[in-house]
Design a protein around this ligand. Structure first.
Ligand code: NDP
Length: 331
């Protein structure tokens, strides 16, 4: 089988030289193991952090080892004892992406529903990004009915779900930021955002002025977007700090927002969160979001790149904004 290894640690923007596609032999499954042929894998912004050798909420990728991340695939072989919970042909979700086949303990895979939704939905709208949006809005930001909500990175996997969920949960207004006219049109014409701005058209704070103020800001971007949001939040506004993609490839630490004093003067709450700490919401989220997807009230889009040999390109394109909705690699 083939897998993608981290060959060297990038400084700033990663390049193809930082990665290596490696051929390996996989043994047959041992007792309690399952062999999965991966069909779709996820590329996610957090993987950039794992390419650095620093301590964080997920351990760094190891040099000369396969990278990993969310993937779905089909069970092709089972070791003794594994038939109790799985059958050949089952579709499973697991964390051994970046490779064509994965050999895993049965406990490391979860069988997923593919009768109602495509397998890839478990990596996007009904998967980790969807749960991130749900937990960030409901628990971290404490979304209330009639809140006016601002979402940055709104045409991405997390942001597109966050904006739609805010509407479904009773927000009075949802405004998004994204990096192209096409993405802005998608948000307003198809996803039901009340307004959206292309942050490349000018200073994002100025672009948002006609749509302000807001009660909640779902932050995927950080930097200038966070500064602008703090400026446009009402008193007692809440910020769910989900990510800061504007700075993941920076070689030097970026200066913080210049208006931090507004946290004091407006009594703002800024709360960071990591989706894995909110796994207890997964069942509730899956039930509610699954119904909304089935009813056509929660829409998603995928940008799909073909082939493990293009997975690194897919990751880099994700960081550049080439995706609308969830960025995936079909294997
Ligand atoms: P996306 O699908 O949103 O893809 C990343 C997007 O970021 C790109 O499409 C691009 O869109 C945008 N982007 C890139 N550079 C910039 C920039 N300089 N300024 C503004 N936008 C930029 O990825 P995800 O939905 O998977 O992740 C979104 C955010 O959520 C990330 O910050 C990620 O780290 C975070 N996250 C956090 C989790 C948590 O547990 N806290 C869990 C999952 C994700 P555009 O064309 O609009 O620029």
């Amino acid at each position: 089988t083939r897998e993608v290894h981290l060959a060297s640690r990038p400084s700033g923007w990663p390049t193809a030289e930082n990665f290596r596609l490696v051929d390996v032999e996989l043994p047959d499954p041992e007792p309690g193991q399952v062999l999965v042929r991966n069909t779709v894998m996820s590329v996610d912004p957090y993987m950039r952090g794992r390419m650095n050798d620093v301590k964080s909420y997920v351990p760094p990728f190891q040099l000369g080892e396969p990278m990993d991340g969310g993937a779905v695939g089909e069970v092709v072989a089972l070791g003794d004892g594994a038939e109790a919970s799985l059958a050949v042909g089952d579709t499973v979700l697991h964390q051994a992406g970046w490779r064509a086949h994965a050999l895993l303990p049965v406990a490391a895979v979860r069988k997923v529903d593919v009768a109602q939704v495509p397998a890839s939905a478990h990596l996007g709208v009904l998967g980790m990004p969807g749960l991130t949006a749900y937990a960030g809005l409901t628990r971290v930001a404490g979304l209330q009915e009639d809140d006016a909500v601002l979402v940055s990175g709104a045409a991405g996997a997390v942001g597109s779900v966050a904006g739609q969920l805010a509407k479904l949960l009773g927000a009075s207004k949802v405004v998004g930021t994204a990096g192209s006219a096409e993405k802005v049109a998608w948000l307003t014409d198809e996803l039901g955002f009340d307004a959206a701005v292309n942050y490349k058209d000018g200073p994002v704070g100025k672009l948002l002025t006609p749509h302000a103020p807001f009660d909640v800001y779902f932050d995927n971007v950080g930097g200038d977007h966070l500064e602008a949001a703090m400026f446009h939040l009402n008193d007692n506004g809440r910020i769910a700090a989900c990510g800061a993609i504007a700075q993941y490839n920076d070689e030097q630490p970026t200066p913080g927002p210049r208006n931090m004093m507004m946290i004091v003067s407006k009594r703002l709450t800024l709360r960071g969160f990591i989706v894995t700490d909110h796994a207890d919401l997964a069942g509730e989220f899956y039930r509610r979001a699954g119904a909304w997807v089935a009813e056509g009230r929660l829409t998603s889009r995928e940008t799909v790149v073909d082939g493990l040999d293009h997975a690194v390109d897919a990751f880099l394109d994700l960081m550049r904004g080439a995706n609308t909705g969830k960025m995936l690699v079909r294997l």
